[in-house]
Design a protein around this ligand. Sequence first.
Ligand code: CIR
Length: 260
Amino acid sequence: MGEFCMNFSKAIVRKPSINLAQGITQANLGLPDYAKACEQHQNYIRFLKQMNVEVIVLDALEQHPDATFVEDVAVLSEECAIITQPQEASRRAEIEGIAPVLSDFYQKIYHISAPGVLEGGDVLRIDNHFYVGLSRRTNHEGATQLKNILKEFGYTCSFIPLKRLLHLKTGVSYIGENTLVMGDEIREIDLFRSYHRIELADQDAYCANLIKNADHLIIPDGYPNVLTRLKTEGFYVYSCPMSEFQKIDGGLTCLSLRFD
Ligand code: CIR
């Protein structure tokens, strides 16, 4: 299958909630501005479309401030969709909003169930293998349920205990050619030692969460060193303003569910 999984032709996004400022956060960067967040979200959609991606735009769930981080409520593969079980009580109802949307694209839909918890931000796919972060948001039971579902389709999984990162993908992205872009916590992880690595300086760590599609990357705006570095790898790189989502701990991948 090679790099097939790294490419996507469709993306589901959800417009930001008017209550975005009530999103869960540990960032200490101030409150997000709703109007500015909407502008940044439209810009994000524009970049996806420029990569020839069909974008399915869902209405905001106004009562759920974090629902724009749609990546957390499902894990997608070619064969099936797995609806997750968010850890945070304020996010659990988001799964009801995604199930009908996914049924337009998937015949096989599975669920992670309590006492398992799992959020999509903790799931990093590389070819036919899924790395699952065991974070504050994903427990061993949730990760095991995911592993057992994916096993039916020939995929393998390994689990990565995390100490500080919100989610696994907060700290690492795969850009193909056996190469990871990573921040500091990921550097210490043995399972990733065999990969080529682009290690980010602490001040650039927010760029460890990026989007790759074929030879295009989307990275957060405002990181000139990372932009230059990734261009030298031969990528066409878009810089996407993300300040308002960063204020509530959201990164680029969190804002979409990407599939083919
Ligand atoms: C949360 O804490 O759940 C949201 N404020 C941020 C979720 C970010 N999602 C992600 O990294 N996949």
